[in-house]
Design a protein around this ligand. Structure first.
Ligand SMILES: Nc1ncnc2c1ncn2[C@@H]1O[C@H](COP(=O)(O)OP(=O)(O)OP(=O)(O)O)[C@@H](O)[C@H]1O
Ligand SMILES: [Mg+2]
Length: 322
């Protein structure tokens, strides 16, 4: 079996912040495993604050994990530094949620698209400019846009420029962190369609992050569901959406089908305290779960119910334990 393109093994991150003079720790990502094959789109969903962007930033080494490992084509990138880390970033790019803040306001569009090539030392300025113009063709914007500045662009156009900046390095994988949630509803579908087209054209892999299951379902072959720092269910898109097994996946699915996604879900306690004097139920969804069994779900770590590719981390999954 060939190694996945990108793999995370027991990836963990705890943030420590000072609140009212006392240090408080919060587990943002807790032993997350994931694997993305070449050419595959994997969806990562979960409500606000569950740790999705932290996973994204860890995978790119924009922040350092406290534990676990990240492998690119089977090779650990956990300790890469300097030129090696830069070379890794050529293969793994990220597109952020908010295109309005991702672009430098005083840098022309042409310069912004060319910049990654110059930073990576992959082209001189003349060639970089030429390739930036060609990239405007690829993302469906007129070449005259090269002379424009971000404030002269719509949100959808800005996001196309951010995607062009990622694509110009010919990466193998792009992490898309809520790539459409800052855009008007009418533009969201266009950008998703465009991302799908780019994936087919360049044979890219995506990790597509969203709080909304409806956004990831059209593009992802597999979906992972995250709740308070942990992956609680994963499966092929078809299996997971036709028979969601974890009670949280069901709640998320119901919420994403509503006119105002997310409103029916009871609020999560965002921070998960760790350390002395705090108690975290064995299943973190315990307090909100309709199927909970006191004495079991809060005390005993749930088993993995299901097979290698499709499973839920639950004592009482829908559809039974197998
Ligand atoms: N730099 C930081 N310092 C302290 N806490 C942080 C930091 N970054 C994130 N967190 C906390 O980690 C948790 C996960 O945050 P993260 O941004 O990964 O969530 P998310 O799933 O991307 O949410 P959203 O859907 O709102 O983007 C949150 O509780 C957040 O407050
Ligand atoms: Mg986020």
């Amino acid at each position: 079996m060939t190694a996945p393109l990108l793999e995370a093994l027991a990836l963990s991150k705890t943030f420590t912040a000072r609140r009212r003079g006392r240090a408080a720790s919060a587990v943002a990502v807790d032993r997350v495993d994931l694997a993305i094959a070449a050419g595959e789109c994997v969806g990562l969903v979960g409500e606000s604050g569950c740790g999705k962007s932290t996973v994204a930033r860890l995978l790119l080494r924009l922040i350092e994990p406290d534990g676990g490992d990240i492998l690119l084509e089977g090779r650990s990138i956990r300790t890469l530094a300097g030129a090696e880390l830069r070379a890794m970033r050529r293969h793994v790019q990220i597109v952020f949620q908010n295109p309005h803040s991702a672009l430098h306001p005083r840098m022309s569009v042409g310069a912004a698209i060319a910049e990654p090539l110059l930073i990576q030392g992959l082209a001189g300025s003349t060639e970089a400019r030429q390739r930036a113009l060609a990239m405007l063709d690829v993302v469906g914007l007129p070449r005259s846009f090269a002379y424009r500045y971000p404030h002269e662009l719509s949100g959808g156009q800005k996001q196309r420029i951010c995607i062009a900046r990622a694509l110009i390095l010919r990466p193998q994988l792009i992490v898309l962190d809520e790539p459409t949630s800052a855009l008007d509803v009418s533009v969201q579908a266009q950008i998703l369609e465009f991302l799908g087209q780019m994936q087919r054209e360049f044979g890219l892999s995506y990790l597509l992050i969203s709080h909304n299951l409806a956004v990831v379902r059209a593009m992802s072959r597999r979906i992972m569901v995250m709740y308070r720092g942990q992956i609680v269910e994963q499966g092929t898109t078809e299996a997971l959406l036709s028979v969601p097994r974890h009670p949280y996946t069901r709640a998320l699915l119901a919420a994403s089908l509503e006119p105002e996604p997310g409103v029916s879900l009871p609020p999560a306690e965002v921070d998960l305290p760790v350390g002395e004097g705090t108690s975290v139920p064995a299943c973190r969804f315990f307090a909100r779960c309709e199927r909970r069994v006191a004495g079991l779900c809060d005390r005993e770590v749930p088993p993995i119910a299901g097979a290698a590719e499709s499973w839920a981390w639950c004592h009482r999954p829908h559809g039974g334990a197998t």
